[in-house]
Design a protein around this ligand. Structure first.
Ligand SMILES: [Zn+2]
Ligand SMILES: [Zn+2]
Length: 127
């Protein structure tokens, strides 16, 4: 009984991870749910939330808070998120230079940076 449940959870988890890896849109849990439902019709929104949060706790994905909404990203290592605080759009930027992250008391495996600001579209709108 326990084994069956575990197997099913693993399948759901795998499908969610696959989906997150296939997009760069930093979807919300609702968007993930809409897409996963096509593959696993039995899945509930609550399950999707639970799996996403568990993955974020395990550092397999990143959970970003934008304007009070949670967005998820499978690309969890070594990139910068530029977040527009006006429209909530998130874009990824690769690091073109290696950051000097050598701390004597800490070895860095991974990092993700969040930079908040205003996107081109929104700053044009203000003027
Ligand atoms: Zn914007
Ligand atoms: Zn990202």
């Amino acid at each position: 009984m326990i084994t069956t449940k575990k197997k099913r959870n693993t399948l759901q988890k795998t499908k969610i991870l696959e989906y997150l890896h296939s997009v760069h849109t930093h979807p919300t849990a609702e968007v993930v749910y809409e897409n996963i439902k096509k593959k696993i019709p039995m899945i509930s929104l609550g399950t999707v939330y639970r799996i996403l949060n568990a993955l974020a706790d395990d550092n397999e994905i990143i959970k970003l808070e934008v304007n009070g909404e949670f967005r998820y990203d499978a690309n969890n290592c070594g990139h910068i998120h530029l977040i527009c605080t006006k429209c909530g759009i998130i874009s990824d930027r690769e690091m073109n230079k290696k950051l000097d992250l050598n701390f004597s008391d800490f070895s860095v495996h991974c990092f993700s940076l969040i930079i908040k600001g205003t996107c081109k579209k929104c700053s044009r709108r203000v003027k």
